[in-house]
Design a protein around this ligand. Structure first.
Ligand SMILES: CC(C)(COP(=O)(O)OP(=O)(O)OC[C@H]1O[C@@H](n2cnc3c(N)ncnc32)[C@H](O)[C@@H]1OP(=O)(O)O)[C@@H](O)C(=O)NCCC(=O)NCCS
Length: 187
């Protein structure tokens, strides 16, 4: 078991998952707007399976895709963190930063704030050389988060091998941030 890293920002605690997160995570995962750029909304067992997988990867590695909790209200607001994709992607083994928030928590800067904290863990504690992120090409809210955390659009797109058709959900754009760029812009 690794020592668990749980980054905190001004407004958000990124932390290990708890059984009480499963219900609000399912509410979020069954919201069609939240899942607009994914093949489908999730069933309760699919949603629990993802939360449990995130929990066990954090327990094993000390980092991963954390549950995001609002400090002010203690509410579960979504998931944000770092993940090593298992699929064979053009990002060649790099760790990705990702986010998914429940709809009531959009438009408040929480994804950007939490993602910046995840990048800091990646560069300062895990000593990564680069971090990538990818999204369906027309997922502009997610691309805006990438840009706000100073990620660079590589201009490359690829067909995600794990996403079943339709095609418009398969084509992903690829963003990156190097350790040097992060240190110059964000450290
Ligand atoms: C992607 C996603 C997290 C982006 O959410 P978001 O609310 O647009 O992003 P942020 O949390 O960073 O908030 C930024 C917005 O809050 C506003 N904001 C309000 N108060 C703010 C504050 N105190 N600080 C910073 N920004 C603030 C910003 O102006 C910005 O608004 P704008 O988009 O109108 O310019 C959200 O759309 C989502 O969960 N989508 C579904 C899942 C998904 O697609 N995930 C990505 C898969 S690749």
């Amino acid at each position: 078991m690794a020592k668990i890293i749980e980054p905190k920002t001004a407004r958000i605690q990124l932390r290990q998952w708890r059984p009480s997160d499963l219900e609000p995570f399912f509410t979020m995962s069954s919201d069609k707007q939240v899942m607009k750029y994914f093949p489908a909304t999730l069933s309760r067992s699919e949603s629990d399976g993802i939360a449990n997988k995130c929990q066990s990867l954090i327990a094993e590695n000390g980092w991963g895709v954390w549950a995001a909790q609002l400090l002010e209200t203690n509410e579960f607001i979504g998931m944000v963190g770092l993940h090593k994709p298992s699929a064979d992607l053009p990002s060649s083994g790099s760790v990705e930063v990702l986010w998914r928030l429940a709809r009531p928590h959009w438009g408040k800067g929480y994804a950007t704030e939490a993602a910046a904290a995840a990048l800091r863990v990646g560069f300062e504690q895990l000593n990564l050389q680069e971090i990538v992120s990818f999204a369906v090409v027309n997922n502009h809210p997610s691309r805006a988060v990438m840009e706000r955390i100073n990620m660079h659009n590589t201009g490359k797109t690829f067909m995600h091998p794990d996403v079943p058709a339709p095609e418009h959900l398969r084509e992903h754009c690829l963003y990156k941030i190097s350790r040097e760029h992060w240190a110059a812009k964000c450290a």
